[in-house]
Write a protein that binds this ligand. Structure first.
Ligand SMILES: Cc1cc2nc3c(=O)[nH]c(=O)nc-3n(C[C@H](O)[C@H](O)[C@H](O)COP(=O)(O)O)c2cc1C
Length: 204
């Protein structure tokens, strides 16, 4: 539990939270995770629905905003997940902190940003290492002859890859928090009913 304090909410704090406090604390953890690299919520599992059924993969949480209820990640516009989200915008996130045995799930609708101001701002803040992800010559998932990078020569040219860069923004409508304890567990359901979150304890 050494670094629990640096995450803002200690284990016992989560257990003592009241229903009304939960949405704010959950968003606080997400906001913290999006700005720091060492929080376990930084790399959630992200689920979509594809033609062949459910699809899930790890992504990096880039932005979380309690005020707008939005969670952002960046991706390659050519990737299968983007095709899936164009078909069905509903998506689910699963965050897990093993230190706290704390799972947070979130559901919402995606909006895709490629040519707008949001995408441009996010592109500008990407590290050089992150930009490389969008500079591959072929569509993600394409078979390669060897495990070589598919980067074209001159890949570091400034705007190269910009056309492949896409920001997915998810407007969260529902969250589910589950704390596992040695003797009993605690779980609650949080739903956005304009203008506020409504929380309910549920059977774990
Ligand atoms: C730690 C980690 C972080 C990742 N972050 C991202 C990310 O932020 N965006 C992304 O598109 N893929 C990310 N990936 C790769 C995805 O998990 C996935 O393999 C890839 O995007 C292809 O997914 P798709 O075929 O479902 O579109 C990450 C993988 C790992 C292991």
């Amino acid at each position: 539990m050494g670094n629990d304090k640096s995450r803002g909410v200690r284990r016992q704090d989560l257990w003592s939270l009241g229903l009304e406090q939960w949405p704010q604390v959950a968003w606080g953890l997400l906001e913290q995770a999006a700005t720091g690299t060492d929080h376990p919520f930084r790399c959630p599992a992200l689920a979509t629905s594809g033609a062949d059924g459910p699809q899930v993969r790890t992504v990096i949480l880039r932005t979380a905003s309690a005020a707008t209820r939005r969670l952002l990640f960046y991706t390659d516009a050519r990737s299968p997940k983007v095709r899936e989200l164009r078909q069905l915008t509903q998506m689910a996130w699963m965050f897990y902190d093993p230190g706290q045995r704390f799972q947070l799930r979130a559901w919402g609708a995606a909006s895709l940003h490629q040519d707008d101001e949001l995408a441009e701002t996010c592109w500008e803040t990407c590290s050089p290492a992150n930009l490389l992800n969008y500079r591959g010559r072929t569509v993600p998932g394409t078979a390669l002859e060897a495990t070589l990078s598919s980067l074209p020569p001159g890949a570091l040219e400034d705007r190269l890859g910009r056309g492949n860069f896409l920001v997915v923004a998810c407007q969260v409508a529902r969250m589910d928090a589950l704390l596992l304890g040695p003797e009993f567990h605690r779980r609650l359901d949080m739903r956005w009913h304009e203008p506020s979150w409504v929380s309910t304890w549920v059977n774990p």
